[in-house]
Design a protein around this ligand. Sequence first.
Ligand SMILES: Cc1cc2nc3c(=O)[nH]c(=O)nc-3n(C[C@H](O)[C@H](O)[C@H](O)COP(=O)(O)OP(=O)(O)OC[C@H]3O[C@@H](n4cnc5c(N)ncnc54)[C@H](O)[C@@H]3O)c2cc1C
Length: 391
Amino acid sequence: MSTAKKDVIIIGAGAAGLMCAIEAGKRGRSVALLEHAEKIGKKILISGGGRCNFTNLYSNPQNFLSQNGHFCKSALSRFTPADFIRLIEKHGIAYHEKKLGQLFCDKSAREVVAMLQKECRAAGVEIVLNCNVSEIQKGQEFRIQTVRDLFTSDSLVIASGGLSIPKMGATDIAYQIARQFKLTVTPTAPGLVPLVCDQKFLSVFGALSGISVDAEVLCNGVSFRENILFTHRGLSGPAILQISSYWKAGDSVEINLLPNTDLYSILKTNALSRMKLDNFLAQFFSKRFIEKFCETFFEVKPIYQYVDKDLKKIANAIHHWRVTPIGTEGYDKAEVTCGGIDTNELSSKTMESKKVPGLYYIGEAVDVTGHLGGHNFQWAWASGFAAGQYA
Ligand SMILES: Cc1cc2nc3c(=O)[nH]c(=O)nc-3n(C[C@H](O)[C@H](O)[C@H](O)COP(=O)(O)OP(=O)(O)OC[C@H]3O[C@@H](n4cnc5c(N)ncnc54)[C@H](O)[C@@H]3O)c2cc1C
């Protein structure tokens, strides 16, 4: 067993840790990045379906959940999507906007990891793989005991992420270290995760697994307009993943299946139609979906046979479909972890702990969670950059 003295030790070679290491290394700090997995950036590699949605052109503080909505502003303003795009372009990585400002690699997420690795090399960062931290102590300096070696450092940056996808190497070490140093951790929950519905729902809609519908989904005063997807366990798709970060056990989710449309007026205009309701509504939806929906909620008959009150009820059911999920698919399927190190514990400028000088927290470990669409990586880059200027 050997002892290595560094200026900065970073735990976790994911997006945030790599960015922080590059920046601290560029300042001439000696940096070691300790990663317990066999390779770096595993989540980057699987992100965006293998193409890494590495940022979002429109990323701004409104795209983030946190007990303190202001905390993320400082870091986000000092390292913007344009800054990351500049890095991507410097390395000749081709990319495109898929939709809604979401930028993806044309070829592969591997290019982003290779880029970060190259930048680490240029900044003189030492990357230590298969490195399990067993104990941390703080005296004059930090002492980080690993299964192999002892490291000592002036600064310790925790970049070990959240709890999502344990099989990709997620651990709770960030929260354990926080507890050791008596830092508050806000309650954590799976975010950007499919919702699970009860047997009654599944006995009807489970058969629609794979079908998606453009909808507006509302929960706890927040709404998202994108597709919802029926699954064999409940609901998923971008609109559901987005709302899942706001959903709490017991909440129902309201789904407007025809946003920006006044279905009651349309039905009134067609009140004399001899078309059956499901056939009429098939102009807006897939036939399989609307047949199922209609047979579940209404007596299906030609439109002229409904009285005005019925038409109102039909329109209401389509615009305000309430579903009460029984849970989420949990950390195994969650893209992110909501909650984490309480932002009151950290400086928004440096990401340093207010109580423990030299201890920094960045990335998903912190109670800052982005919406779907490249915002989580933008937070990882920005918070990593911020800490990298000071650690
Ligand atoms: C399937 C999937 C797809 C996603 N797609 C996107 C996307 O396209 N765009 C987007 O913006 N976001 C996406 N995300 C979210 C994004 O990946 C995370 O928000 C981001 O990776 C967080 O970066 P981080 O560096 O804080 O944590 P992580 O990337 O999780 O990195 C933490 C690192 O710490 C290591 N570690 C953990 N515990 C220890 C320990 N005890 N000792 C040493 N090392 C440890 C881990 O192995 C890991 O390498 C996706 C997430 C998932 C799961």
